[in-house]
Design a protein around this ligand. Structure first.
Ligand SMILES: [Fe+2]
Ligand SMILES: [Fe+2]
Length: 244
């Protein structure tokens, strides 16, 4: 488990997976001997929030709930949105480019090539729709809920909305994106003829596995941390209104 007093450079050397998180916190390299806390402070990152996110990221068994409930929903949403940007602008285009190169230099039939491309195309479409729904509807609603909860007199029209809508509706429809990626890896490993460029094939599989982990971590953060807190806040606001 990572703690605030550890040397950031050493932490990263031992857990290079963490580098994937750095752009989401605007953290840059060149730490020297600075501790995790010093690096976070220098970049205006809340060190406790960073530790919760980083520890949950490194250990899938780690249950983030408690520590993360200390942070505002706004802080969490900022991180989740930065992760969406990472998926759309970095991870997906990078894998797509490698898959394209892999197929281009392969001896696969057109049918097999189409199978892989349409698999990836469908996955990308799902991710896009999923993220759009969250960024256009769900996350703005949560930010408004947090804002209204902080007010002495919440807007009555928001309370009316709350009586007819709960985040639970989103929770029921919140799909998992990693499944189709796992199918793609399985297709490459089990069923397609071997690729000539084994190194590139290995890189693609490695990137796919990283992205699967990242998507699971992200969905866990939304399902196990964000949504329960939103449900709690909705309830508090409705009860408060009932008392008045
Ligand atoms: Fe998300
Ligand atoms: Fe999601």
């Amino acid at each position: 488990m990572i703690t605030r007093d550890m040397t950031m450079g050493q932490v990263v050397l031992e857990n290079q997976k963490l580098l994937l998180l750095f752009p989401r916190f605007n953290l840059t390299l060149g730490f020297g001997e600075m501790s995790v806390e010093e690096v976070c402070n220098a970049h205006h990152v809340d060190v406790d929030f960073f530790l919760e996110i980083a520890n949950a990221y490194l250990d899938m068994q780690y249950v983030p709930g408690e520590g993360l409930s200390l942070f505002s929903l706004g802080t969490m949403i900022k991180y989740l949105t930065a992760t969406h940007t990472y998926f759309m602008e970095t991870a997906l285009p990078m894998i797509e480019e490698k898959i394209h190169r892999l197929l281009e230099n392969s001896s696969l039939s057109n049918k097999e090539i189409n199978l892989v491309t349409s698999f990836y195309h469908d996955f990308k479409k799902d991710v896009k729709e999923h993220i759009n729904e969250e960024e256009q509807h769900v996350l703005p609603y949560i930010l408004e809920l947090e804002k209204q909860s902080a007010l002495g007199h919440p807007d009555p029209s928001f309370i009316t909305k709350l009586r007819n809508y709960s985040i639970k509706a989103f929770e029921q429809e919140h799909g998992r994106l990693e499944t189709s990626l796992e199918h793609l890896s399985s297709l490459i490993i089990k069923y397609l003829p071997p690729f000539e460029d084994f190194q590139l094939c290995h890189q693609v599989l490695h990137d796919l596995a990283n992205l699967v982990n990242d998507l699971i971590d992200h969905a866990n953060m939304e399902d196990k941390v964000l949504i329960p807190r939103v449900v709690e806040l909705e309830q508090q606001l409705l009860n408060r209104k009932g008392d008045e």
